[in-house]
Design a protein around this ligand. Structure first.
Ligand code: NDP
Length: 255
């Protein structure tokens, strides 16, 4: 607990691909040292090589508190105590109706999307408090603010994450710590690539911007939140969705 946190050392979970890999890349470009966490060691090693000396990879399954604690202890010993945690690791689906979702699917999603975040926060918050500095960003979703048919499990995890983020903000702000939730709409990553082409077309028609977001756009928002201009943004849910959630009237009333 004695090591002061380093404002320019960031842990990014789910960094092996998609939004997490983009966040790591943008943070390195902005002068951060980054610890890359995920389960796919080969993908992590590839990104570590691409990003160079300021990135190091660590195999970690965020669903297991022992794995998270052991990994964060290793990072603390080898790189220092992180001042920034970006909780990005997440599972999508299952696209089932409530009565079709089995307990294993429910548990798996909550294990990664909610408990995974709780594990890193439990480890980091007391250390950040001791140093009087910390930045936590949790990657939630538009489905952390709205519901969706066949999305109840995912939406429940992301609503939980939004509430968890706001509560951390309220509880730890006096210690110089901020915690925010980013709520992306549809971002073009492997998670979205799993949707069939008909669903992708139908989604695109509903997005006022006429395109999906990119992982890099989410990453830039994260970099802003953990950078020098983000200090007074706390407990916020930042939506990035190309206008999708702003035109409910078109969808419901049919303007
Ligand atoms: P991907 O499926 O492309 O990547 C998910 C990442 O999470 C991978 O790096 C994966 O790594 C990691 N991960 C999954 N399970 C675990 C685990 N148990 N322990 C550690 N890491 C894990 O998803 P995206 O990049 O699209 O999504 C990233 C985040 O953004 C997620 O939280 C998602 O819910 C959210 N989001 C995505 C949107 C989109 O449209 N793409 C929209 C809104 C939110 P590995 O398999 O190597 O462990």
């Amino acid at each position: 607990m004695g090591t002061p946190v380093e404002a320019h050392l960031a842990v990014v979970t789910g960094a092996s691909r998609g939004i997490g890999a983009a966040i790591a890349e943008v943070l390195v470009a902005n002068g951060f040292q980054v610890a890359l966490l995920a389960r796919d060691e080969a993908a992590l090693a590839g990104l570590e090589t691409k990003l160079g000396a300021r990135a190091r990879s660590f195999r970690c399954d965020v669903a297991h508190e022992a794995s998270v604690n052991a990994t964060l202890d290793r990072i603390e010993k080898s790189m220092g105590s992180p001042g920034v945690i970006v909780n990005n690791a997440g599972l999508g689906g299952p696209f089932h109706r409530v009565d079709e979702v089995d307990q294993a699917e429910w548990d798996a999603l909550f294990g990664v999307n909610v408990e995974g975040v709780r594990h890193t926060c439990r480890w980091a918050l007391p250390r950040m408090k001791a140093s009087g500095y910390g930045r936590i960003v949790n990657i939630a979703s538009l489905l952390g603010l709205f519901g969706g048919a066949r999305s109840s499990t995912y939406a429940a995890t992301k609503h939980a994450l939004v509430g968890f983020s706001k509560s951390i903000a309220a509880e730890w702000a006096s210690a110089g710590i901020t915690c925010n939730a980013v709520c992306p709409g549809y971002i073009d990553t492997e998670m979205l690539a799993k949707a069939d082409s008909q669903s992708r077309e139908s989604l695109l028609r509903r997005i006022p911007a006429g395109r999906f977001g990119s992982a890099e756009e989410v990453a830039r928002l994260v970099a802003f939140l953990v950078g020098p201009f983000g200090g007074y943004i706390n407990g916020s849910t930042l939506v990035m969705d190309g206008g999708l959630s702003a035109h409910v009237a078109n969808e419901v009333i049919g303007f």
